[in-house]
Write a protein that binds this ligand. Structure first.
Ligand SMILES: *Cc1c(COP(=O)(O)O)cnc(C)c1O
Length: 465
């Protein structure tokens, strides 16, 4: 398949995930050259170079335009786009949350938005995104697609489950192409409605319905870039680093895995979770046991409240020697019927840590509160609860090499735990000053899928096919 077909399709027709036949292999010299490109020409040009290794049907010239549009100083508040700072000896923080919605999802979603617009224009098509969000994905997608013209968005969000800032950000958008839909219930209820709409193939075709969730290969590839930039900014091109990543759907850390497979000098990839510790349990025991939504705790790092990591089989594909039959057996059968995958007796069980460098750890609410308070006192850096999870777990695994924790959101999105940790709510950065007092726009959907389809038909700005 060509890259742009995969871009627009999302999930493969057999329900599987797309993977490249092989990873591009780069030498240390190549990475040093990429580092020079980062320093001299900037992040957008680095991004275009790395994307071009995976994209077979968009010319470099156009990719550079796409990444320049995606990563601008106006959107990210800094020319560096993803700066890295030192928190304490051997512990660094990669700032991935400087984008328009203050979460790392902007890093990939901004590129995705530009790629969609470019390809839909080339094909003279339009697209309707129907998605579900628990908070960060929805706003990142909406802001990424706001300044494009060929995509309309219907984004479902759970009533009363997002923070006031997240609501203000999403519902504050006033565009006929961006429709927020509030569903009484949980994120899973929203997700179920999206699945129901997608299972109506006639409706799906009529409105060219697409997806922006984290299984989209283009999102994953865009995230590889900041692993390379962070490595270079910390090491200046000499030596290894380890990364610690607050994880939910395994998208962010999977990009780190891809970077390692491409030869980037990465020692360990530390997968940090909150009390929803499905991934941590796997990395500790070799048993992957997914949970139901009622067994999923509501925590103070809500974007990681996930009990079935949608990108996990991508890593398994590499782990199992790229044997897709084995993946069908493990994910299509064992996981689907028993809810468990047990690899303890598999010949590749030991490779998880020894070859691929995965380590893990779990934070509790109290750990996150203590970590936020601790770093606020000493280096004077205020972090959000997801980042605090990564920093805390990263510290536990600190070795000789620099540990780089991934910042996944800014504290302004999560006022209440910040107040608990430091006694005051986070200061609102000036670019978000109006978020809380903008008029909010959302449509209620409390009567199931037919009502949802009605809303799409009524509000669609593109003529149905
Ligand atoms: C999405 C998100 C995560 C989890 O990232 P995955 O790629 O799903 O593992 C962590 N923290 C924040 C703030 C997020 O928005």
């Amino acid at each position: 398949m060509s890259f742009t077909d995969i871009l627009l399709e999302g999930l493969a027709p057999d329900g599987g995930l797309y993977m490249p036949q092989e990873y591009p292999q780069l030498s240390l010299d190549d990475y040093q050259i990429l580092g020079e490109i980062l320093v001299h020409d900037g992040y957008p040009r680095l991004a275009a170079h790395i994307l071009s290794l995976f994209i077979d049907d968009i010319p470099m010239w156009d990719l550079e335009k796409i990444t320049r549009q995606a990563y601008s100083k106006e959107k990210f508040g800094t020319d560096l786009i993803a700066p890295v700072t030192k928190l304490e000896p051997n512990l660094w923080l990669a700032h991935l949350s400087q984008g328009p919605t203050a979460a790392f999802k902007d890093m990939a979603m901004q590129v995705l938005g530009q790629l969609f617009d470019y390809e839909l224009r080339r094909r003279s098509q339009t697209m309707t995104i129907v998605g579900a969000t628990s908070g960060d994905t929805g706003s990142a997608a909406e802001f990424a697609l706001l300044d494009t013209s060929r995509v309309q968005v219907f984004m479902l969000s759970p009533l009363d489950r997002m923070t006031p800032f997240q609501r203000g950000q999403m519902y504050g958008i006033d565009s006929p192409r961006i429709i927020n839909i509030t569903v009484p219930g949980s994120f899973d209820d929203c997700q179920d409605l999206v699945k129901e709409v997608n299972s109506d193939s006639e409706f799906k075709a009529r409105f060219s319905i697409g997806a922006v969730n984290s299984i989209n290969w283009a999102r994953l590839v865009s995230q590889v870039v900041y692993y390379v930039s962070s490595w270079f900014r910390v090491t200046e091109g000499e030596g290894e680093v380890s990364f610690c990543v607050p994880s939910g759907n395994f998208g962010n850390i999977c990009a780190g895995h891809v970077a390692k497979m491409m030869g980037l000098p990465v020692k360990d990839l530390v997968c940090a979770t909150n009390e929803n510790n499905v991934l941590a349990e796997f990395f500790r025991t070799g048993v992957y046991r997914i949970r139901t939504s009622t067994e999923t705790f509501k925590t103070s790092s809500p974007s990681m409240d996930i009990s079935k990591a949608s990108n996990f089989e991508r890593f398994f594909f590499d782990l199992a020697g790229r044997d897709s039959g084995e993946i069908v057996e493990l994910f299509g059968q064992q996981l689907a019927t028993k809810g468990v995958i047990d690899i303890r007796k598999k010949p590749y069980a030991g490779d998880v840590s020894q070859v691929y460098g995965f380590k893990t750890g779990v934070s509790t609410h109290q750990d996150r509160v203590a970590t936020i308070a601790d770093f606020y006192r000493r280096p004077g850096y205020l972090m959000d609860p997801h980042t605090a999870d990564g920093v805390m777990v990263g510290r536990e695994h600190a070795g000789e090499e620099p540990m780089v924790a991934m910042e996944t959101a800014l504290p302004v999105k999560f006022g209440s735990i910040t107040k608990e940790a430091i006694g005051t709510v986070p200061e609102v950065p000036s670019r978000f000053a109006s978020v809380m007092d903008t008029a909010q726009h959302t449509v209620m959907c409390d009567q199931g899928v037919d009502q949802l389809k009605g809303i799409i038909e009524q509000r669609s700005v593109f003529p149905p096919q």
